[in-house]
Write a protein that binds this ligand. Structure first.
Ligand SMILES: C[S@@+](CC[C@H](N)C(=O)[O-])C[C@H]1O[C@@H](n2cnc3c(N)ncnc32)[C@H](O)[C@@H]1O
Length: 274
């Protein structure tokens, strides 16, 4: 796997996060073995939005430890997950076994997904903290288009680029970060924490780099790769506690006070390969 320095740092960090996430209540791996009908809150949110995937061949990009992959399989799809973290893929394969839900997994850079899978698909599912780890959305979109059969569909749900600008500073959620992040100027952070519960002392590779991608950047990358963007929607909520004062309702978190109606939390995008 060929990785630049930003990706090497990110991979080391994601490998370290796997053990913490696999033990966390948030990812709740044991729930999949305990209940054969259990699906992740992420896929439960997307289920009515993405349409019926039963019987489809689905590629799940940046699948992490496989909870959403298994959930997609439980909706009747034949699912293959891809992630560049071998440790995440080990846990995902274990989850498929322990949960009794068939799914296959490959290790690879998302930019190389068509070659790594060596197969084409009817549907690509990705998001919820995925594309922010990629510097080059044109390469990502080319990989998505390369995975799909003609008429195949992409469903993406991601944090909204406007939301990424905000941070909580002294109890106030305020614009803090750049909206525009060129490929050579990522957000570089040195942080031992992660977004789940649990002891993070085993996270020793603490430096990460990620990027904010505007909606036109996402759209233009997909159009440039030969996809038709069919529809987009914005959502108020987010799947994780993105600032300390975020307000929880069910499985989603919202900006506090008036900000909830002023700043979108996430967006969904539907696209079709021509
Ligand atoms: C937030 S997680 C995945 C989100 C997923 N919704 C979840 O929570 O299970 C981001 C994933 O992207 C993977 N990743 C980051 N950069 C990648 C790359 N260039 N190629 C493949 N996977 C990558 C990481 O290893 C990590 O598992």
């Amino acid at each position: 796997m060929e990785l630049d320095q930003f990706q090497q740092d990110n991979l080391a960090n994601w490998n370290d996060r796997v053990a913490v996430h696999a033990q966390s209540d948030g990812y709740g791996l044991q729930r999949y073995a305990a209940d054969p009908n259990h699906i992740s809150s992420v896929v439960a949110f997307d289920r009515p939005l993405m349409g019926d995937i039963a019987g489809l061949r689905v590629a799940h990009l940046q699948c992490h430890i496989g909870t959403d992959t298994i959930s997609l399989a439980r909706l009747g799809a034949t699912v293959s997950g891809l992630d560049f973290s071998p440790k995440a893929i080990d846990v995902a394969r274990g989850l498929a076994k322990s949960s009794g839900t068939p799914a296959s997994f490959v290790v690879g850079n998302v930019y190389d997904a068509p070659a790594v899978f060596g197969a084409t698909f009817d549907f690509v599912y990705t998001g919820v903290g995925a594309i922010n780890w990629l510097a080059d959305l044109d390469r990502w979109a080319a990989a998505v288009a390369g995975l799909l059969e003609s008429g195949g569909r992409l469903y993406l749900r991601e944090a909204h680029p406007q939301l990424w600008v905000f941070e909580e500073v002294n109890g106030q959620v305020v614009p803090t970060y750049d909206y525009f992040t060129p490929p050579d100027q990522p957000f570089t952070e040195d942080d031992q924490s992660t977004y789940t519960d649990g002891d993070t002392s085993t996270i020793v590779n603490t430096v990460t780099h990620d990027w904010n991608h505007s909606l036109p950047e996402v759209l233009n990358a997909l159009v440039g790769s030969g996809m038709t963007v069919d529809r987009m929607e914005e959502h108020e909520g987010v799947d994780w506690k993105f600032v300390p004062s975020a307000v929880r309702e069910g499985d989603q978190w919202f900006l506090p006070g008036d900000l909830r109606r002023q700043v979108p939390g996430m967006f969904s995008l539907w696209a079709t390969k021509k």
